[in-house]
Design a protein around this ligand. Sequence first.
Ligand code: PLP
Length: 280
Amino acid sequence: PLVYLNGEFLPLEQARVSVLDRGFLFGDGVYEVIPVYGGQPLRLEEHLTRLDGSLRGIRMTSPLSRAEWAEVVGRLIDGPDDQSVYLQVTRGAGPARDHAIPAGVTPTVFAMGSPIAPVPLAGVRAITLDDIRWRWCNIKAITLLPNVLLRQEAADKGCAEAVLVRDGRVTEGTASNVFAVIEGVIVTPPKGPELLPGITRDLVLELVQAEGLPARERAIPLDEFAGAEEIWITSSTREVLPVVELDGRPVGRGSPGRVWERVSALYQDFKRRLKSGVMA
Ligand code: PLP
């Protein structure tokens, strides 16, 4: 399968960027991950709108039009199996290594497709960790060193995700948003600079609200979170994934909860409708 780099489709091994690229030197860039089911991208417009927002957040504008992005995504889709398309825009290569942004740099645009691994329906373990990231977490920046180190800390403990805590409140996972069921109500932290506005998060909220399930966006103190009946993480590649153990203690009865079963069914139904072309 080919990858996209700066206007061309070429084999991965032939894709090359400058070592002066500011993405390489500074992590100066942003990205998107778009899930694709049955050849249909999920919420492409929303992903591209978020990409525009991330670019604006780092003083850039999109180097491609919506139609051009849609064309790139379409050409990277490889067969009907579940997959994702990764889009990355870095500021490009300057004449030398300089923190300040040089005038007239040409952005580097890269995109590739990847298979999506099946999600573990039995649920996963997670730990909570101090959210050591910067304060513009609403920008989907490629600068992911804190996320990498925090995720590895979770992996070292046999956990699939670290749920991050800032000022005593849960923000999100290293690569996911978080939901909890507390006293029968589905809760997730409100959008803001402390977390990424997840496309899956928004979709899950939409699906549960349409179903009439009680749901609220509100801050979740860690002690409440730790005592929740259910915890889920959501992301484009992990869908709605139950957390069955938090910091070594069972969540609820230590198995995927009843509310998750309903919400997961709604999500799978949404995917089926997307695949069969019943929705845009
Ligand atoms: N939060 C962070 C930090 C992420 O990296 C991601 C996605 O990987 C998410 C949340 C979930 O966002 P989405 O549902 O749009 O994939």
